[in-house]
Design a protein around this ligand. Structure first.
Ligand SMILES: Cc1cc2nc3c(=O)[nH]c(=O)nc-3n(C[C@H](O)[C@H](O)[C@H](O)COP(=O)(O)OP(=O)(O)OC[C@H]3O[C@@H](n4cnc5c(N)ncnc54)[C@H](O)[C@@H]3O)c2cc1C
Length: 226
């Protein structure tokens, strides 16, 4: 069976999920193709889930503007799409004079990028806020608007809403270009996974697709915990 769409999104990581959600507000036909058994099964489900505030981005860049604007949208987004999100704030801690200077530069970048409520804290105030930190610290950069999100839940929420709005999702399909791609640039999709394909003896994680119920086992990085 052949289908035609106005737009094809390759990959249901967080970037594809955001694009699908945004496009689902428009009257266009969109398909999203993911080679894994479910949404966000690569980097996007195994990251730290930090919603950064924007002090790392170089001032004046598009990235700086988008990080700051994106951070501000998360209260509304998490309420609307019902995924877990908390603004717990972030402390970046310095243990030497050199590191203190790094924090001062980050503070300056953050201020130029319009990051709200940034503060440079001394040793006592930092330990008062977080008594379990190493007491050898000299100070910290405090960013109260930093947040933490359930990264996979965020992707699922975006895609489920996009799908409810008409985006068609194809899981376990891989987009490939043939050798004649230059003359025929239309991507094709191949079904790839077999149910429960496991490789005993290798350090692998088995995952089951929430939407499809299909399983796959492979080395997958686990999310850091902060
Ligand atoms: C250890 C670690 C911690 C991180 N912590 C944070 C953090 O705290 N905060 C933060 O904002 N960022 C963090 N990041 C970065 C963040 O995770 C990535 O920037 C983000 O996940 C990239 O999303 P993506 O959609 O571009 O890629 P991916 O999540 O990799 O998605 C791409 C998808 O495309 C699919 N795909 C690829 N080729 C094809 C094909 N031919 N056909 C069909 N499907 C295909 C893949 O299967 C995959 O699912 C971290 C990254 C790492 C590694």
């Amino acid at each position: 069976m052949e289908s035609q769409f106005d737009i094809l999104i390759i990959g249901a990581g967080v970037v594809g999920a955001c694009i699908a959600w945004e496009l689902s507000h428009y009257r266009i036909s969109t398909a999203m193709v993911e080679r894994e058994v479910d949404v966000s099964f690569w980097t996007s489900k195994a990251n730290s889930g930090i919603i950064h505030v924007g002090f790392h981005a170089s001032p004046g860049t598009l990235k700086a503007r988008l990080v700051v604007e994106g951070n501000r949208q998360f209260d509304r987004l998490s309420e609307e799409l019902e995924f877990p999100f908390e603004r717990r704030g972030e402390l970046v801690v310095a243990f030497s004079e050199e590191e203190v200077r790094v924090l001062q530069n980050l503070y300056l970048s953050g201020t130029k990028n319009n990051v709200q409520h940034l503060g440079l804290l001394g040793r006592e105030r930092t330990l008062e806020m977080e008594p379990s930190l190493n007491p050898d610290l000299l100070g910290a950069l405090y960013a109260p608007t930093a947040g933490i999100v359930g990264p996979d839940e965020y992707c699922f929420a975006l895609v489920e809403n996009a799908a409810a709005n008409g985006v068609e999702l194809f899981l376990g399909e891989r987009v490939v270009w043939s050798a004649t791609a230059r003359t025929s640039p239309r991507p094709r999709c191949w079904r790839r996974h077999q149910e429960g394909a496991c490789h005993p003896g290798r350090p692998e994680v088995c995952m089951q697709g929430r939407r499809t119920g299909r399983a796959v086992c492979r080395p997958v990085p686990e999310r850091f915990r902060y």
